[in-house]
Design a protein around this ligand. Sequence first.
Ligand code: 3UK
Length: 536
Amino acid sequence: MTTAHTDHFARNHLPPSDQQPVYLFDLPELRFPEQLNCATELLDRHIDNGQGDRLCIRSPKVSWTYAELFDKANRIANVLVHSMGVVPGNRVLLHGPNNPMMVACWFAIVKVGAIAVATMPLLRAKELKAVIDKAEICHALCDASLSAEMRNAAMQCPTLKSIQHYNYEGPDSLEAAMERQSGVFPNANTAADDTCIIAFTSGTTGIPKATMHFHRDVMAVCACWSHHVLRPSADDVFMGSPPLAFTFGLGGLVLFPMSVGASTVLLEKAGPPQLLDAIEEYGATVLFTAPTTYRTLAPRGVDLRKTGLKHCISAGEALPASTRTLWRDATGIELIDGIGATEMLHIFISADAVHAKPGATGTVVPGYQACIMDDDGNTLPAGQVGKLAVRGPTGCRYLADERQKTYVRFGWNFTGDTYLMDDDGYFFYQARTDDMIVSAGYNIAGPEVEEALMLHPAVAECAVIGSADEERGQIVHAYVALRPGHAGDSLMTKQLQDFVKAQIAPYKYPRAITFVAALPRTQTGKLQRFKLRETL
Ligand code: 3UK
């Protein structure tokens, strides 16, 4: 294998090989060639096969064939290289809502042999800066609708050399620069183990964890879960809500449809009402979203039965058995549940509609192995609750992070989930082992919300936990002790909520605030969050 990177940042920051998990490539479809560029496989291949005229991406504004996406990605690749000075191995920040231009930019970055670092559209300057600093990013492609936060971040990030904005008309736009470039681009001849994406997790401590994935990892998730469990065809129309910065969305809305030459519909706003309209309008056959969305959409079952919807995938948080039943009764469709993780790139335990078992996530996806372990790395027998451990073609590689040793032990990836496996090899989710709050499909780190609250002058101390909620699975619940002279009333609640929203992504704000005189602490001064949970 010969790397195409001339900037060796990614390879230099990989965890040492003895800290990486064991990788499995037993399936014949996982025997990848030494040189592999996943953009060539997912995009150029369809042009070479004469499928360029097939529909590839749709949105309310545009409709592109594979040939059109290919042309745009090539032009952007030329802009990256010839006008922005990107070289293979550079990290390129990609910031925007889900739309066709974001996908064209993603392919351009990967074609160049650079590394795509996609970020959630709701991130504020402070959070963007953390990503830019951690991944040592010099170049950015940003949707014009999000330029304000991007410019704020850029002011605090002297290393950021060039930013191009897209989705607007102007002489300095990316579109104008594309006009001046050729639609032909020779893809970088990357090694199968060159990093092509860095995906950030929210992390329990609030310090972002960056996971590195190779070209072969991108192809592996297409060959495993998508090929064996979803089994899509070229006639499928994919749709969903997860942002492309979340690997659940990248896989479900870009990689999987394009791996079979199908089409995908990208929506900037993909709440339940928009999804419902779009399923009807575009004839979606495959839907990717979180359990709460299925719960919200179920009452529209009569309308949904008239659409072409066939495959519905739920991931991001545990799927309650009641939601599975609700959806089946309403629509006649059996949900496909699957647990995935940013560290693993995509789903590794799942069940298709025929093999679904209520209350269980599913069985291990072909290409992966999973078991329940104790803290010493002993495999526990069926029926016992323990830690979920998995391994397969993909696995955890944190960018320069001590937490690598916690996620990967004994060659296995420990996802931080407590699970049980039954006699038939079905895995049943129990709980998160750590403190992560999962609200409406988003992972939110309590300490990050605490940090934001603590900056308010009226706050003496605070603790943030997740409390159970029918709608969202969990909501962010803050316990706040105020400084003397401040009243814990509804006005203060509103003030604190707005204060948090102004600093970090608004979806992380505490939907519930309880005012307390003091917080429970250990003798050593450590916060006892479990005591707060017990009071709920
Ligand atoms: C939890 C689930 C029960 C679980 C993800 C599909 O969610 C994804 O990645 P994240 O890094 O979070 C990982 C954690 O989320 N989880 C996800 N799915 C399920 N718990 N049942 C499920 N079906 O705690 C896991 O460790 O944000 C999901 C594909 C790609 C992804 N990145």
